[in-house]
Design a binder for this molecule. Sequence first.
Ligand SMILES: Nc1nc2c(ncn2[C@@H]2O[C@H](COP(=O)(O)OP(=O)(O)OP(=O)(O)O)[C@@H](O)[C@H]2O)c(=O)[nH]1
Ligand SMILES: [Mg+2]
Length: 437
Amino acid sequence: MFETIVALATPPLKSALAIIRLSGADCFKVVSKIFTKELKTENNKEVLFGYIVDDKKQIDQVVVLKYVSPHSFTGENSVEIISHGSPLIANQIIQLCLKNGARMATNGEFSSRAYLNGKIDLVQAESINDLINATTTEGRDLSMVSLTGETSKLFRPIKDRIADLLSQIEVNIDYPEYEDIEDVTKEQILKKCSEIINEIDQLIKDGEKTKIFKEGLKIAIVGKPNVGKSSLLNALIKDDKAIVTDIAGTTRDVVEGDFSLNGVPCHLFDTAGIRDSKDTIEKIGIEKSQKAIKDADLVLFVVDETGFDVDLYSLVKDKNHIVVTNKADLIKKHEKDSVYISAKNNDIEPLIKKIKEVFGIGELTVKPSFNNTRQLGLLKNISSSLKVTIRDAEANQPIDLISVSIMAAYNSALELLGESNKNDISGEIFKRFCVGK
Ligand SMILES: Nc1nc2c(ncn2[C@@H]2O[C@H](COP(=O)(O)OP(=O)(O)OP(=O)(O)O)[C@@H](O)[C@H]2O)c(=O)[nH]1
Ligand SMILES: [Mg+2]
């Protein structure tokens, strides 16, 4: 039984309507004290029209949606109060809820309850957060298939097979005296493990491919002053965001912009041209350029007709990078295999092609996949644990030693769907959610 929580589910800004959400055993009691109608558990879902009141004073005219447990998102009694969208009113209603027995929800606490009450598994819960944060339709589509439970469904049979193998082995260890229980042979273990590893490795491959559609790419544009870095940012985001002039040292601070590459959200950092400078402001800008290089998934090292600076290149050569020759319109001889563009003329197709090539970005086929760092990490754990099982079995190790790595694989499988130590593993995840979700 959980305490009653309250939170604003919409942004704290002036808008037409605001939604205040409550969940928990006592939430009908709390709302009944501040609403002109009583919320009873008898009738199932209800839409009620009335007034929020503080004692006798009317605060707002609202619509109240009532969900009776277990027919709600959290699985508990829940209420949504739809008020007028003034932050002042929304705040007053929340204060009234708090005064009458609710407490403020923490980030992601509604989703966390849905998970703890068995309404959704952990993969579905994560997809809710991904859905809220999606910035491209492809990212949204990927999150939607996970939200419906398709991704978890894909994995459950694999988890069951690991469990079967484990229980077969455990029976052999615990009841060696029962002759009617078949011994698991080394061949059976090897066959089953390699079948499961193949399937898991395929899931990892599919997940790695789709991961960037959800997580996006950080791309830094770096080079000498005046080579056309800001012009390139503008051409990529199709907007005149960064200032472009023929004066070297125009960009002082990092300018950021976004664009989508076949649905992969790309976040660009246009940086100050790097050179020896005595100017204090420019020096700070150059330090920021160096930080942008460090944080980037990809660095576009821009050069122009004035040539290639070897010292500068040493800053990026160990990073994932593409050397981009800009101002191609001024250069007669184009070397083979180099990327030539003209940012000023919006002639940047060769670069787009190259970035797609570097990250293997093609058309996205939306299908269920495990594609965040946590999920992929656990799949990799399962695969490597089962590889240990194979190694131990091949070395004819005793069966109880072999079972250790299968147990490790099984625990990772449980953790993937959030079926083990619910409170321990989920805390980290729900912290990342918005309050009110
Ligand atoms: N001919 C030609 N000129 C270009 C091209 N791209 C940019 N330029 C010119 O190069 C000059 C510098 O461009 P910017 O985009 O400001 O260069 P930057 O690298 O951001 O320079 P800093 O911010 O000073 O480091 C401007 O006059 C642009 O019009 C191009 O493809 N061809
Ligand atoms: Mg610039």
